[in-house]
Write a protein that binds this ligand. Structure first.
Ligand code: SF4
Ligand code: SF4
Length: 384
């Protein structure tokens, strides 16, 4: 359990359409089981669950456990900082929302091309240093979604940071877009302990295509897909925490079981993972993690991640000789909802792309979604 951190980005919801409607009673049960089994580290952030995750942390954790028994990590929403003074205002608001006097781990959230200006021009590094001097932060760091060179730049500018948070999972390890391995190696070179985010790639490595899952199952019938993903990250020596974004009490129990029985991967098992990567890469054309960072920035309310997951499901279906009708129907049902824009409504403003940690060319991909899933005949059929 040493490396298991409770990620509070994908909590259970009472209303699936409204991320602010978190099922707090279930979260409390998850917290209790986590704590009973030796868990301590809770990771939240200002924008998670449309701004309510930090309050949920207060109600489900801070108000129910002694402060010294829990470790709290949250993040400066640097993407919303428009002037230097905003940082102080956000920080104070976060202390209040979380109901604490200090944060154990405080990160500059998501250093990338889009946030570069605010990070460097407002000297966010000096801001968090000052908070550490004031005793309001115990450990300072940053989360990162950019090219390896930008990681070097940040570590050179912030040499006294205590840790970094990186996207690492077996699918992104050697990918050309995320480059987890290179980023991890840079963190090691600079002697920075690493917190892993997205170890299961937003759930993609839990819900593997059938062909990939079969490879794991034939080797070990009992092992859940998630366990392979968590073991991969757990084996990295410089990793001290793995953020596991559990979404139900059952998932929490199963994750605890995995962490309690975690074993080092053998060479044979690494080979199986490589095979699974090849299959998933072939079958998942759009590498969206469904983080939904993009969604609120779309002026025409396109449910971006839902269209991408439908597109991927359709691709898998086609590759496996299935019927493409299901995906087309799912798309049309979504697009028909008056709250949602259709893929064809995309005005290519690019506003969403600045917020995508996976560097997806969303406006281009929307054209693919429209071409592939918007079937006028099906629409006519459904409306009769
Ligand atoms: S590029 Fe398209 S999907 Fe992205 S915010 Fe603009 S309209 Fe929405
Ligand atoms: S498109 Fe990018 S930002 Fe939007 S949900 Fe997918 S990964 Fe997240």
């Amino acid at each position: 359990m040493d490396k298991f951190a409770f990620g509070m980005m994908r909590l259970p919801q009472l209303d699936q359409k409204d991320p602010t409607k978190v099922d707090i009673e279930q979260v409390k049960q998850m917290v209790d089981v986590f704590m009973e089994n030796g868990g301590k580290y809770f990771d939240t952030a200002y924008p998670y669950h449309n701004g309510v995750s930090e309050e949920v942390l207060r109600k489900a954790v801070v108000e129910r456990y002694p402060r010294e028994d829990i470790i709290i990590a949250t993040k400066l929403p640097i993407f919303s900082v428009k002037k230097a003074d905003d940082m102080e205002a956000f920080f104070n608001e976060q202390l209040e929302k979380c109901g604490v006097e200090y944060f154990d781990y405080y990160l500059i959230h998501n250093i990338n091309e889009m946030t570069h200006h605010a990070v460097y021009d407002y000297d966010s590094f000096e801001f968090v240093r000052q908070k550490k001097r004031e005793g309001k932060i115990r450990h300072m760091g940053f989360s990162f979604h950019d090219e390896p060179d930008a990681l070097v730049e940040a570590l050179e500018a912030f040499p006294d940071c205590d840790f970094v948070q990186l996207q690492i999972n077996y699918l992104d390890w050697n990918s050309s877009s995320i480059q987890s391995r290179k980023c991890y190696e840079i963190a090691c070179k600079y002697d920075k302990p690493v917190v892993v985010m997205e170890p299961v790639k937003g759930g993609a490595l839990a819900n593997l295509p059938e062909e990939a899952e079969r490879i794991f199952r034939e080797y070990d019938e009992e092992a859940e897909n998630v366990s392979w993903a968590l073991r991969f990250c757990n084996d990295l020596d410089n990793v001290f925490m793995i953020l596991n974004g559990v979404s139900s009490l059952n998932q929490m129990k199963s994750s605890i079981n995995i962490f309690k029985n975690i074993r080092t991967l053998t060479d044979d098992e690494h080979e199986l993972i490589d095979k699974v990567c090849d299959i998933v890469n072939d079958l998942t054309p759009i590498k969206c993690t469904e983080c939904n960072y993009c969604i609120e920035h779309c002026p025409v309310n396109i449910p971006i991640s839902k269209y991408f997951s439908t597109y991927n499901a359709n691709h898998i279906n086609k590759m496996q000789g299935g019927d493409p009708v299901n995906a087309a129907v799912s798309y049309l049902v979504l697009a028909d909802d008056e709250q949602n824009g259709a893929a064809a409504d995309c005005i290519e403003c690019g506003s969403c792309e600045k917020y995508c940690p996976q560097h997806l060319k969303i406006s281009e991909l929307m054209k693919d979604v429209d071409k592939e899933l918007n079937n006028p005949m099906m629409k006519e059929f459904l409306s009769t």
